[in-house]
Ligand binder design. Structure first.
Ligand SMILES: Nc1ncnc2c1ncn2[C@@H]1O[C@H](COP(=O)(O)OP(=O)(O)OP(=O)(O)O)[C@@H](O)[C@H]1O
Length: 579
């Protein structure tokens, strides 16, 4: 399955449509802000008419009380506009933050629902940038841009109606420069969008680069590759810089032309207006109000040009967010089916590929309850892949994996992970305490008091292991486990898996980094597991597999029963290697 995230193809209105479900939750507050916006716009549009009327009647007729009345009206209207504008800004700020909050939650839950293959095909740094950086671009648009955008658009439409209503000929001439720049903007819009998408993409690439070098810092230092990474970072930072500059230029390219359009319109109104005045088609009051309306039209247009970059960047960010939200796992839970398999676990004609690389080809085997199985084979032979299919980290390309006789795809995630414990080659710990790490995903023992838990650990023979840590269960742990040896981290992963009491326990090179004495201790603990527990041991160290009930040899797309321990060793020695 291809899980590569695509970017940059959505058109603004299509993207806006997709935004609707997110905005839906904000409907109430948006409607109130919208009412405030209309009030604000209307007050600004009515004032010039009052001015025109006052000049035409009160000033020309020298009715000073009329002028005073008009001034009071204008003052009252501006006051209403001020209050409306205050609330509009306040409410929209809250909307922006709330959208940011829910978008980040949605994105994170989506990532949690996606299969392992998605994470091997996309870089973590880029995904982090989508959650942090791209969502913030949308927030900026919602909190700073949206209402200003709509408000200005409203003002422009209102002013255009008045301009055309007062005098159609003069109105058309006054709006012509606006039409020219709007057409230009429309034509250049796709190019601007592309520049913004490229800029955000390179921010994602830069995050990925930083993450990779920080993750592998020890190797960088050990191989004295700091210069190399510095150069690589400088190159990507340089690309990021150039793209950001290019997006900035593209975003702001229109602002001067909007200003110019407004100035040209004023000249047109001045000359054409005076001509109409001499023809008696116009009054001086309307001429003055016309200039006010012109600024009510062209100022918002200039402001929209200023907001446009925020909108463009937000849309490019939204594209990147929408690409993650649109991702669907191709590993859904299937409908229940009657059991028709053998043993605890069965591979039936299972084939699996990573891209074009076929790792398993029509593999068949069955694992019985309570037995211990060893999977051996050369490096790259497919052992970890087989274990991953058993734990349903991937689905087969064809064939079926059956757990307790039923297709593994019919099990709900909780049910499946409860049955199968997987101790990985590279143990992963979470930042917190040892207690939190061993009870990760364990709802049963999480309810237990410290004494009860100690008793359980004692019974299971796990207390010995944990007593090796200085502060016992309260020992601090970091995700990369810097303060711990790999063997210690593997011990924690081991205890974590055993406490979940799985029916099938997979140990993928789980004892590779543990000393012989501890390994023996773990062996004793494994021997104490309930008799029904099935174990799969993947190991290179041959002593680890000696006590298994059956050995499988994994190589070149096949998994065959090796029979005796000696035969397994012969197979390994015969050099049946794929790598
Ligand atoms: N995430 C992945 N994406 C693409 N190819 C992969 C991936 N994981 C493993 N492979 C390839 O699949 C093949 C089998 O790998 P696998 O890890 O299953 O082997 P293994 O027998 O467990 O090896 P080892 O003994 O070294 O752990 C190898 O050719 C490997 O390169």
């Amino acid at each position: 399955m291809n899980y590569q995230l695509k970017t940059g193809a959505t058109r603004p209105f299509a993207a806006l449509k997709k935004l609707m479900p997110i905005i839906k939750g904000e409907r109430k507050i948006l409607s109130v802000a919208f009412v405030a916006l209309i009030a604000n716009t209307l007050t600004s549009l009515i004032v010039p008419i009052i001015i025109a009327h006052t000049i035409n009647t009160s000033i020309i007729g020298k009715d000073y009380s009329g002028v005073l009345r008009a001034s009071i009206w204008i003052f009252a209207l501006y006051l209403v506009g001020f209050i409306a504008s205050y609330f509009q800004t306040r409410w929209m700020g809250a909307v922006g933050q709330h959208i940011l909050f829910s978008l980040r939650n949605q994105l994170f839950s989506k990532l949690q629902s996606l299969p392992v293959a998605f994470f091997s095909q996309n870089k973590a740094g880029d995904l982090i940038s989508r959650i942090n950086n791209d969502t913030d671009k949308l927030n900026q648009f919602f909190s700073q841009g949206l209402l200003q955008f709509v408000g200005n658009l409203f003002m422009m439409i209102g002013a255009a109606v008045f301009i055309l209503a007062v005098n159609i000929k003069l109105g058309l001439a006054a709006l012509a420069p606006a039409a020219v720049v709007l057409i230009l903007t429309k034509l250049l819009s796709p190019w601007i969008k592309k520049r913004n998408a490229a800029s955000l993409q390179s921010v994602g690439g830069m995050s990925a680069e930083i993450q990779e070098s920080l993750d592998n810092f020890k190797v960088v230092v050990a191989f004295n590759r700091r210069d190399y990474f510095n150069k690589r970072f400088a190159a990507i930072n340089n690309q990021n810089y150039r793209r950001a500059v290019s997006a900035g230029i593209a975003n702001n390219i229109f602002i001067p032309s909007y200003g110019l359009a407004g100035n040209v319109a004023q000249i047109i109104v001045l000359f054409f207006g005076i001509f109409l005045l001499t023809q008696g088609e116009f009054t001086i009051g309307f001429m003055i109000s016309y200039f006010v309306y012109l600024s009510r039209f062209y100022d918002p247009m200039r402001q929209i040009a200023g907001i446009w970059p925020i909108f463009q960047v937000a849309m490019a960010g939204w594209d990147r967010i929408a690409a993650v939200l649109a991702m669907e796992s191709d590993m859904p839970v299937m409908e229940e089916q009657p059991a028709n398999g053998k043993g605890l676990l069965e591979f039936r004609e299972v084939s699996f590929k990573y891209g074009e690389n076929e790792v398993l080809h029509k593999v068949n085997f069955t694992l019985e309850r309570g037995k211990t199985y060893a999977f051996v084979g050369p490096t790259g032979g497919g052992k970890t892949t087989t274990a991953s299919l058993i734990a349903r980290l991937y689905d087969p390309v064809s064939g079926q994996v059956l757990l307790d006789g039923k297709d593994i795809r019919t099990y709900k995630t909780e049910e499946r992970t409860q049955k199968i414990g997987f101790i990985l080659q590279e143990p992963f710990l979470f930042t917190g305490t040892l207690y939190e790490n061993i009870l990760y995903g364990n709802d049963t023992y999480r309810q237990y008091s410290a004494e009860q838990l100690n008793e359980v650990l004692q019974q299971k023979g796990l207390l010995h292991i944990l007593e090796r840590f200085d502060k016992g269960l309260q020992t601090p742990v970091t995700s990369k486990g810097e303060s711990m040896s790999l063997g210690q981290r593997q011990l924690i992963a081991f205890v974590r898996a055993l406490l979940r009491e799985p029916e099938l326990l997979i140990l993928d090179e789980a004892t590779a980094n543990i000393d012989t004495v501890t390994e023996q201790l773990l062996g004793e603990i494994l021997a104490k597991l309930p008799a029904q527990t099935t174990q799969i041991i993947i190991a290179h160290r041959l002593n680890t597999i000696e006590k298994s009930d059956e050995i499988f040899f994994v190589n070149a797309g096949q998994i065959i029963q090796a029979g005796s321990f000696d035969h397994a060793i012969r197979l390994l020695m015969e050099g049946k290697r794929v790598s």
